[in-house]
Design a protein. Structure first.
Length: 246
């Protein structure tokens, strides 16, 4: 992969279910440092940056030697936050890593970057993993994806997909859980942010549907495992328990 790639980790302080989430501490590190440290293990990115609108998060990142860029409070999504930085990013590929996933796989970051290098027609690459056995497929907070045999996304939904006459398909590797990590070609991200919200995006409240509705192809890689995001106090407690026995 000859193109220059950077990782950007959007992070905000406000969270309805877990305020101040990036600054929660476990094992001597804040959550944002855990995510940053995992991303730094990837081999292909030339930089790992944190994008935030909160000085408390920025100061925490500086304290562990990370690079941080300030964004406005107007950014509604991680994509919007990265978009504000786009003019200043000297990169052909931008990888959006969720700021609340301390189990992010650094190898997956490299694989997403490589996918863009191998397939010139691919504009965006993301990932999916086997659906967790302990999760209900009806959980609308868990986004599902279906794709072609060549790995192109067909649809993303909060509903159980694929769905047969008798109910959700729970065999043959389905359903697949969409992981919120994206590798963007620079021009694809710029175009995406210029596009208006699409009808299905609004209905499902999933911004990735804007890509499909506007004909922008999305490559989906199958990840080996599902990283666990931190959305609630219980999620964070589970992370601490898992870490304690590593």
């Amino acid at each position: 992969m000859s193109a220059r790639a950077v990782v950007v980790i959007p992070a905000r302080y406000g969270s309805t279910r877990l305020p101040g989430k990036p600054l929660l501490k476990a094992f001597g590190r804040t959550l944002i440092e855990h995510v940053w440290a995992r991303a730094k293990l990837a081999k292909l990115p030339t930089e790992v940056l944190v994008a935030t609108d909160d000085e408390r998060i920025a100061e925490a990142v500086r304290s562990f030697g990370g690079q941080v860029r300030m964004t406005s409070r107007a950014a509604k999504t991680g994509s919007d936050r990265i978009g504000e930085l786009l003019p200043s990013l000297a990169a052909d590929v931008i990888v959006n890593v969720q700021g609340d996933e301390p189990d992010t796989d650094p190898e997956l970051i490299d694989q997403l970057i490589e996918a863009l290098g191998q397939e010139r027609e691919t504009q965006v690459a993301t990932a999916a993993a086997p659906f967790p056995a302990d999760e209900a497929v009806t959980n609308r907070n868990r986004v599902k994806v279906v794709m072609t045999e060549t790995g192109r996304a067909l649809y993303f939904s909060r509903a159980p997909i694929p769905h047969g006459k008798e109910g959700p398909i729970l065999a043959g590797g389905w359903p697949l859980l969409h992981l919120g990590i994206y590798a963007w070609r620079r021009e694809a991200l710029a175009r995406f942010l210029r596009l208006p919200q699409s009808p299905l995006e609004v209905l499902e409240s999933l911004e990735q549907l804007r890509l499909l509705e506007h004909g922008i192809p999305v490559k989906v890689l199958r990840a080996r495992r599902c990283p666990t995001g931190i959305d609630t106090p219980e999620d964070f407690e589970a992370f601490v328990r898992r870490g304690a026995v590593r």
